[in-house]
Design a protein around this ligand. Structure first.
Ligand SMILES: *[C@@H]1O[C@H](CO)[C@@H](O)[C@H](O)[C@H]1NC(C)=O
Ligand SMILES: *[C@@H]1O[C@H](CO)[C@@H](O)[C@H](O)[C@H]1NC(C)=O
Ligand SMILES: *[C@@H]1O[C@H](CO)[C@@H](O)[C@H](O)[C@H]1NC(C)=O
Length: 379
């Protein structure tokens, strides 16, 4: 009896001793997206380093060492996906691929309509996807590569009312989030794509390397939309829409019918705060499973670790203080995940998370008050 109690206590305390460690402080000026392979050994993050350009940071040893490579994409590297040994990195106007875990890169074949200003790259079942605006197509859609990033086919999505932001892909069923916040719309500026909090914090200036294109800028309102296709991009329907309150960031699906999406808005909204929407019926209905009605709260991305474990990351963000926040759900009740604030970090705002699907560890990218980005490891 005593022994089993001792064992329970020690396994409890080891579970609770896992915490976030900043394994690469001030790794780059900006880090936007990360990817972790199924084997959990190969981690990549992309972003930009002032004075250097687009960078890829890779670790093959749980964050003990990092290989930093400059990648030949325009401006900053905005999105990365991997399916080891294949890696895809997207910049503001072009895309490169690697077949050797990021050692060497070649340009993806340019075809008119390639997705650019993409902020989300996804790998699913041997295909790579890029979500974002298309050349001369502000709202854009998605591009798919079936040859490990060498060539892309673009799918313009008429159904979109604002720019595509993030996507989730399960076979021929794809979901895209879209949205915008009050601003003068500039289709070419990735400053206007990433997050409204970047502006509000006043700490980051991406404009120096953002291309500027839209002369017909018009003021806009908050808008959130999710579009879905079940035939591999041929036809699309709107399965979620909200006007005037928030915009959507990341989305992830465990299967074709079970998805979560995160959204946010600040004090300019009549309904400020971070939120998580969930569907278990393929998008026919979306339930609000979390709402934190605080204008400083941000949620950037959400990922299924398994069918019943989900992680969502963001932060409490102001121009004086950042607190990185992680929401976790390990329990579903009445078809809704129950969310728990599992603790975060000070002085950093999580913008992406890559939990391991085979182990307990996880990676996160964070922006800090010092106007840099750092890489965190949980384990
Ligand atoms: C990482 O860096 C080490 C040392 O420079 C090098 O030997 C190795 O090939 C690199 N790995 C990749 C995949 O780039
Ligand atoms: C929404 O939540 C209700 C309970 O609050 C539940 O009965 C229903 O199944 C949920 N719907 C979806 C699509 O998750
Ligand atoms: C966000 O941070 C502010 C302090 O900057 C604090 O007053 C507020 O309670 C925090 N919000 C939440 C939901 O924790």
């Amino acid at each position: 009896m005593k022994l089993s109690l001792a064992l329970t206590l020690s396994s409890l305390s080891s579970a609770m001793s896992a915490s976030w460690t900043n394994v690469y402080p001030n790794a780059a000026s900006f880090l936007f997206e990360s990817t972790l392979d199924e084997d959990a050994n190969t981690f990549h993050a992309v972003g930009g380093q002032n004075g250097v350009g687009a960078v890829l940071m890779s670790s093959f040893d749980s964050g003990q060492t990092f290989n930093t490579t400059t990648v030949g994409v325009t401006g900053m590297a905005l999105a990365v996906a991997s399916d080891s040994p294949n890696v895809l990195v997207a910049g503001v106007a072009n895309t490169v691929y690697s077949h050797d875990d990021g050692s060497t890169f070649a340009p993806s074949k340019k075809s008119k309509g390639n997705v650019v200003v993409s902020q989300n790259a996804v790998s699913d079942s041997g295909n790579f996807y890029l979500v974002g605006a298309l050349l001369q197509d502000a709202n854009g859609g998605v591009s798919r590569s079936t040859d490990n990033g060498e060539t892309f086919e673009a799918f313009h999505v008429d159904e979109l009312k604002t720019a595509a932001r993030y996507g989730a892909f399960k076979g021929d069923t794809w979901y895209l989030t879209a949205g915008q916040w009050p601003q003068t719309q500039d289709s070419a500026s990735y400053e206007n794509r990433f997050s409204k909090r970047l502006h509000r914090s006043g700490k980051f200036d991406l404009s120096s390397s953002a291309s500027d294109g839209d002369d017909d800028a018009t003021p806009t309102d908050w808008m959130a939309q999710i579009v879905k296709t079940t035939d591999g991009g041929k036809t699309w329907t709107t399965v979620f829409e909200d006007e005037g309150n928030f915009y959507l960031n990341g989305i992830d699906c465990f299967d074709e019918n079970t998805c979560v999406a995160v959204g946010e808005s600040d004090a300019d909204s009549p309904s400020p705060g971070s939120r998580i929407f969930t569907t278990v019926d393929g998008g026919a209905t979306w339930n609000l499973s979390l709402l934190v009605s605080d204008p400083q709260e941000s949620l950037m991305n959400v990922v299924f670790r398994s069918s019943d474990e989900i992680w969502a990351v963001g932060g409490n963000v102001s121009n004086r203080k950042f607190t990185g926040r992680v929401w976790s759900s390990t329990n579903w009740k009445d078809d809704q995940p129950e969310w728990e604030d599992v603790g975060g970090v000070d002085n950093a705002w999580f913008v992406d998370v890559s939990p391991s699907k085979s182990g307990e560890d996880a990676w996160a990218l964070a922006m800090t008050l010092q106007s840099t980005s750092s890489i965190f490891y949980y384990g």
